[in-house]
Design a protein around this ligand. Sequence first.
Ligand SMILES: [Zn+2]
Length: 214
Amino acid sequence: MSETTGDARIRGAVEVLLSEIGEDPAREGLARTPERVARSLRFLTSGYGRDIDDVLNNARFSVNCTEMVFVRNIDFYSLCEHHLLPFFGKCHVAYVPRDKVVGLSKIPRIVDVFSRRLQVQERLTNQIAEVIHEKLDPLGVGVVLEATHLCMVMRGVEKQNSFAMTSAMLGSFREDGRTRMEFLNLLNRRGERAAAAEPLDAAVGGCLAAAGDR
Ligand SMILES: [Zn+2]
């Protein structure tokens, strides 16, 4: 199916949605809404079309140090796959290189590739960790995501659990307590939001592990 046909079908679907919720798709304010929704949806899900090797292209460098690389407070925006509503927050990535590093600016782009899809927070966390593990072959990698889920906040469901943290630890971050502690200590040196947050690995609420739907 060509992009154009696909976009036309999205526009048609949005028109149906507007009618079904009791709106008039023909009224002035909504006339171009289906087109805008189609365009924004394409952008918000553009991660499906991205190849991680293109993103990393020419940005991997050989090193002979094994100090931890830590990139924190990467903004990310994603859509929960259960409600198509945003969840968003901060992503923190650390890895201990074996012999390769990637340009620091590439880490947020890796996050974008996986966040611009329909997601659940745990899978997003794991995919970021796994792709770094696969592409850089580091000694270990750790990823922590903290996010607010609008599907919880806006619908008034379990408001207290609408903020969630997830983590993925691979290699030395999983096997070596000292590496993991170094990462967690760096993470905790952050300011009041982290201090007030749930302990790591305490994934709570939201679309996290939501087996069914509410
Ligand atoms: Zn949701």
